[in-house]
Ligand binder design. Structure first.
Ligand code: HEC
Ligand code: HEC
Ligand code: HEC
Ligand code: HEC
Length: 488
């Protein structure tokens, strides 16, 4: 155990000597105090001596590591399950999940005595609530296997990471029992005040109604409001410490929120919607196989055989966009020629049809998607079709746009650069040899780019422009700027 002391050698000796002869426990920090970063300070010679040196580190980072230390540290999960995992049989997860602190001890820190006392997450393991307010040194020892050799995390994390977690557990846990009822509802808290907290800290990324990102990768949908309602303890933990590997998401502990204010934020978050049919429909139109996570299609779509110009097979033959186009014009638009040509009609003229008519079309004989998509999903597609835009006012035939590049640059920098990079090259949608970046895609196919910016990316927590409150013109501005980014 090393401590970062900025003291003279003499003082060091003195502190060490005092520590050696006085094994008293350190005064317990208040359980709910929020020491954002425990600064490495010198121990004044006059302060009461402690058994072990006071640990220094970052309790906020500790909270993030408690959530998912592998994601946060950017490391792969160990090959085997955590050693203690085999001592239980009720939780069927495996691999990385078996190594997450939260999986065994809970988002409410109560283990078997809390929300994970039943259901698929049940392990029967103890909570960690009881260590709040105790000496961080003894928590650190438990993380190194002092109480149980199978609970030794020093083999997978360095000392500083473990110290940060120990500081979180001893000094920065929040007991939410007072404001989260047994029915998961915020039992106290002022939603109006919570809205102000949301608008000051969360709205820029999560959008006016918390619908900008759909976190689900298996159909979902799962939005900001969904997590607040379904798992308020997870919500509060992430609000306090941030999201692993998402550096820009703030920690409200860092911001300095009081305990009562978490009740306010939760009360507000639970009023937010948990579905967004139009963007869900947009994801399905783009690629419903990816959006829902269903198995690959082995047969071609039945109507596929009625054309011969487009020689793709399998999943592609089932994508709405493949037959009806990114510009929604089918054979009358971009897919009227080239390798994507099928000769099938567009949908823009269907936008005015009633829900009943559109649902009937989606359940038609050779055009029946009801075997793979449920009622809410079909309704999402209907909602999407009914608000389809003619893209001609925004994108010209020569692929230039009517967007304002300068405005688009500002919006891109604020909303896209964190994931895609300032130059749009952080994420490569193509291959190493044939890279495809935002710049490449929007230059080649601005209609596809428009759809991605407006509705997001199926199966990825990418923001959907229309749920950020952006107009079609705002979306076109970003598209215009994206076209100026490097293509390789
Ligand atoms: C596979 C399940 C599992 C995982 C993962 C796990 N723990 Fe534990 N933890 C346990 C069990 C079981 C105990 C009780 C150990 C014993 O026998 O003393 C325990 C005990 C503890 C204790 C001591 C509690 C006390 O009352 O003294 C702390 C603190 C703790 N764990 C923190 C963590 C942290 C932090 C992590 C993540 C780095 C973590 N645990 C990951 C299962 C787990
Ligand atoms: C700078 C942008 C940004 C801000 C500001 C922001 N978030 Fe996030 N948030 C994200 C991103 C990106 C994700 C992660 C998506 C992913 O990869 O799963 C996320 C995920 C989350 C999740 C969890 C989703 C999951 O997968 O379980 C919660 C809960 C959350 N944020 C709450 C908040 C709260 C509360 C605030 C305001 C205090 C906030 N966020 C502010 C960007 C942000
Ligand atoms: C294999 C090509 C193909 C795929 C994939 C496809 N469609 Fe169609 N779609 C057609 C054809 C051809 C028609 C013309 C009517 C017919 O033959 O059923 C049509 C008609 C429609 C109509 C009715 C138009 C009207 O006004 O009568 C709607 C709505 C529609 N499709 C939506 C979708 C949606 C949504 C998806 C994705 C879930 C989809 N289609 C996938 C080929 C396809
Ligand atoms: C929270 C992270 C995040 C943010 C913010 C984000 N994206 Fe994305 N985006 C992704 C991910 C992840 C993918 C999927 C990458 C892949 O498929 O390899 C993606 C994919 C895309 C694609 C197309 C991929 C394809 O199918 O070929 C485009 C275009 C795109 N993003 C544009 C944008 C624009 C423009 C913005 C800002 C308005 C933005 N993204 C904001 C994460 C993000």
């Amino acid at each position: 155990m090393k401590k970062f002391l900025v003291v003279t050698g003499l003082l060091l000796v003195l502190v060490a000597a005092l520590a050696a002869c006085a094994p008293a426990a350190a005064p317990a920090p208040a359980a709910t105090a929020a020491p954002a970063v425990v600064a490495p300070t010198a121990v004044p010679a006059t302060e009461a001596p402690t058994a072990l040196p006071e640990l220094s580190g970052d309790a906020i980072r500790g909270g993030v590591l408690y959530d998912h230390w592998m994601e946060a540290l950017g490391v792969d999960a160990p090959a085997d399950n955590q050693a203690l995992w085999s001592t239980q049989t009720s939780n069927k997860r495996s691999g990385a999940d078996s190594w997450r602190c939260k999986e065994c001890h809970g988002w409410d820190y109560k283990g078997v005595e809390g929300a994970y006392g039943g259901g698929s997450h049940k392990t029967g393991f103890v909570g960690v609530k009881q260590v709040a307010g105790t000496d961080a040194n003894s928590v650190l020892a438990a993380l190194k296997g002092a109480t149980n050799p199978d609970h030794d995390f020093s083999v997978v994390m360095d000392d500083q990471a473990l110290t940060d977690i120990a500081l979180f557990l001893s000094g920065s846990q929040l007991d939410s029992t007072a404001f989260i009822g047994a029915d998961k509802k915020a039992s106290s808290g002022d939603a109006a005040k919570g809205q102000t907290i949301y608008e000051e800290n969360c709205i820029d990324c999560h959008g006016p109604e918390g619908l900008s990102m759909n976190f689900a990768d298996d159909g979902g949908p799962e939005y900001f409001g969904t997590i607040a309602s379904d798992n308020p303890w997870e919500f509060v933990h992430k609000a306090r410490f941030g999201q692993p590997a998402v550096e820009k998401m703030p920690s409200l502990v860092d911001v300095g929120l009081s305990d009562a204010e978490y009740a306010d934020l939760l009360a507000y978050a639970q009023t937010l919607p948990t579905s967004s049919p139009v963007t869900e429909g947009g994801h399905l139109y783009d690629n419903w196989i990816k959006a829902t996570g269903v198995a690959d299609m082995t047969e071609n779509q039945p109507l596929w055989a009625s054309q011969t110009t487009n020689t793709r097979t399998g999943n592609d033959t089932w994508r709405c966009k493949e037959c009806h186009g990114w510009d929604y014009l089918g054979v009358d638009g971009r897919y009227g020629s080239g390798s994507h040509k099928t000769g099938f009609p567009g949908l823009l003229s269907s936008a005015g049809k009633t829900s009943e008519e559109l649902l009937a079309a989606l359940k038609g004989k050779d055009h029946d998607f009801s075997a793979n998509l449920g009622e809410p999903q079909l309704n999402g597609l209907v909602a999407f079709i009914q608000q389809m835009q003619d893209l001609k006012p925004y994108i010209n035939d020569d692929k230039t746009t009517t967007g304002d590049v300068e405005k688009g640059k500002t919006a891109y920098t604020a909303n896209c650069a964190s994931c895609h990079g300032e130059d749009g090259k952080s994420l490569n949608f193509g291959s190493d040899t044939e890279p495809e970046y935002i710049g490449t895609l929007t230059a080649d196919n601005p209609w596809e780019g428009f759809n991605k910016i407006a509705y997001g990316q199926p199966g990825e927590p990418m923001i959907a422009g229309i749920n950020m409150g952006w107009s079609w013109q705002d979306i076109t501005d970003i598209l215009a700027y994206a076209q100026t980014l490097p293509i390789k």
